[in-house]
Design a protein around this ligand. Sequence first.
Ligand code: CAA
Ligand code: FAD
Length: 379
Amino acid sequence: MNFQLTEEQLAVQAAAREFAQNELLPGVIERDEHQKFPAEQIRKMGELGFMGMMVDPKYNGGGMDTISYVLAMEEISKIDASASVAMSVNNSLVCWGLEKYGSEEQKQKYLTRLATGEIIGAFCLSEPEAGSDATSQQTTAEDMGDYYLLNGTKNWITNGSTASVYLVIAQTHPEKGHRGINALIVERGAEGFVVGAKENKLGIRGSDTHSLMFTDVKVPKENRIGEDGFGFKFAMSTLAGGRIGIAAQALGIASGAFELALKYSKERKAFGVEIAKHQAIQFKLAEMATNIEAARLLCQQAAYDKDVHQDYGKSGAMAKLFASKVAMDTTIEAVQVHGGYGFVKEYHVERLMRDAKITQIYEGTSEIQKIVISRELLK
Ligand code: CAA
Ligand code: FAD
């Protein structure tokens, strides 16, 4: 693996950093407070090419590698993890899933607009009774000949009320278990499709999380992704790459908190000196920086594996498992370095601490990442 970033990768990193500072930082505290989705900012991210970074230019994407995507995710997440989860779902779940497994018609119809951010997408696997245990799908897609009849409820769907395109996982042949599941493209506004209330969350409060209800929604057969019964493999394969995006999100939250703690430690005085002169603070900074560097290397390793078409299931799960723990540990310590000021909103670190927690839960909890990793080890 080459540790030297290319000119192009450095340019993507710089553009994402500049965008985050200029466009995401202003208003981030208010958006968190009022649970406001960063719609205008996401639109601009689309214009800058951040919503379909890895998609082939022939479908209007950026044609970039996964390393560039990880670099951009880190920079955006340093400032606004609510914006970065919308970016991550659109890039690595919706666009990637459609580009890899969709038909040419589906790509022309949906991917070309998702890749520019003109519209955004949602990935709908979780249900009230099927989270980690994702094969226990209760949502049904009954085969009616030339269409599927979709019934059921999806929970916790990111971009739930703002998406135009929803990739919905549902059971068609219960007798076949996970091999009877399908992935369907459902358009917003389909008759019988209702978006539930927005969840009132601990963190990533600007992110748009909703339950979705489907009652006798007719989904044309041509909206099925892949062969009949491919839906669960579609979800697992797509999530393997999605986890690299969330690992990079966790890395960004950690490095954002570290940068704030480092700066503050050189400004705040206690006992006549800057707190950075106290060894207890120096050791916290040393530990944070070391963990962040290790998390960054794991993220880049997983991204590299994906770029060179090596298996990235294990390395992506390792990156997510480790980076999400680093995000949690680092943000807690960043609040500590800020003392009482860390406990109030103006200093940003309390938000980063709240945002960090979700990275240990979604796209597979930390326990699920350990299952994925240990199964690979024991294969
Ligand atoms: N690629 C392709 N197929 C895969 C796969 C992969 N990476 N991993 C598993 N599969 C296939 C298996 O081969 C198997 O198929 P066959 O029997 O035909 O070979 C099938 O999937 C079932 O696999 P398992 O027997 O391993 O299934 P399991 O019930 O033991 O569960 C699990 C495995 C890893 C725990 C899985 O259920 C899982 O990942 N759970 C977590 C769900 C999750 O991550 N949800 C995230 C929702 S999206 C989200 O959260 C977005 C967001 O926040 C922003
Ligand atoms: P459960 O599966 O009930 O788990 C509860 C606890 O038990 C966890 O600690 C878990 O690790 C543990 N556990 C479960 N099984 C095992 C086991 N076999 N071994 C050890 N421990 C186990 N889903 C989507 O499909 N699309 C989205 O866009 C999306 N966005 C989300 C956004 C937010 C803000 C949130 C909170 C969730 C989102 N999710 C989304 C759902 C998310 O992926 C699930 O919450 C997650 O997979 C866990 O499922 P669960 O909440 O049902 O927890």
